[in-house]
Write a protein that binds this ligand. Structure first.
Ligand SMILES: NC(=O)c1ccc[n+]([C@@H]2O[C@H](COP(=O)([O-])OP(=O)(O)OC[C@H]3O[C@@H](n4cnc5c(N)ncnc54)[C@H](OP(=O)(O)O)[C@@H]3O)[C@@H](O)[C@H]2O)c1
Length: 242
């Protein structure tokens, strides 16, 4: 590692936000090595980028974390990007009759279980002396207090559950890895495959490019101090009601 630099880790790096964050960190002179993990092969090639391809089974995830032992205590920024809202078989529920076990399980696994497994597995790798900010992609629709429109049962609940799990993680991290700050991050509406079916309803100027949101998140991470608390904020660093 170069003097006065640290490393960055992007999990779920193959999506729109993941790739934008990898590029942002590669362009950031304060970051030396970037490690990216995704289900697919490397989408970006760079001499300072180490891309790991896995499936999101706990044993594979644990092996990937073990393979990064030489980076122990050197990551200053970690982004956990996983999230699905729809796929070829499922669309967000408009009414209660649309709820299905298959959809709930699929969405909870990607949006809640996988990020929680990373938070479980990463503690030893991230613990150290340098400040380390860990952002999980949440969503404003995961806010119970802000739920005015209803619908999207599985996605909303998966992000609310992620927020709740992160709160519990933040309490244990504050005891067992005091250099780590957890952030539940809402990116706004991002121009990606996930938001594509809803672009028609986005107010003018409110469909953000992933590169813009990556810059916002990097700034949010820079500005937050390590305080043992979970912060739930949007791209403008504005707190969101739980
Ligand atoms: N787009 C928006 O408007 C918006 C709004 C609010 C919140 N968010 C949140 O922002 C995050 C990034 O979204 P995006 O717009 O970049 O979406 P995207 O381009 O569709 O990326 C999807 C992400 O989910 C991961 N993923 C997909 N299927 C998975 C599965 N079965 N198990 C585990 N992980 C899976 C992908 O990981 P791989 O790299 O392995 O493919 C990738 O990180 C998500 O958490 C999303 O909920 C997005």
């Amino acid at each position: 590692m170069l003097e006065n630099t640290s490393n960055a880790l992007v999990l779920g790096a193959g999506g729109a936000m993941g790739q934008a964050l990898v590029r942002n960190f590669l362009d950031d002179g304060r970051i030396d090595q970037v490690v990216a993990i995704s289900r697919g092969g490397a989408k970006i090639q760079h001499p300072r980028l180490h891309w790991i391809h896995i499936e999101y089974q706990e044993t594979d995830m644990a092996a990937a974390v073990d393979s990064l032992a030489k980076f122990k205590g050197s990551f200053s920024k970690v982004c956990i990007c996983h999230g699905i809202l729809h796929n070829e078989k499922m669309f967000p529920e408009k009414r209660m009759e649309d709820i299905s076990v298959e959809m709930m399980q699929t969405i909870f696994h990607a949006n809640t279980v996988v990020p929680s497994l990373w938070l479980k597995l990463l503690r030893k790798l991230l613990a150290g002396t340098i400040d380390c900010k860990v952002a999980c992609f949440s969503a404003r629709v995961g806010s119970t207090g802000d739920n005015r429109l209803g619908g999207w049962y599985s996605y909303r609940a998966s992000k609310a559950a992620l927020n709740s799990l992160m709160k519990t993680f933040s309490i244990e991290y504050a005891r067992r890895a005091k250099n780590i700050k957890l952030i539940a991050f809402h990116p706004g509406t991002v121009n990606s495959a996930m938001s594509k079916p809803f672009h028609g309803t986005v107010p003018e100027g409110k469909l953000f490019e992933p590169e813009y949101v990556a810059t916002c998140l990097s700034q949010v991470m820079d500005e937050m101090s390590v305080d043992g608390q979970l912060s739930y904020v949007d791209y403008a660093a504005k707190p969101i009601a739980w």
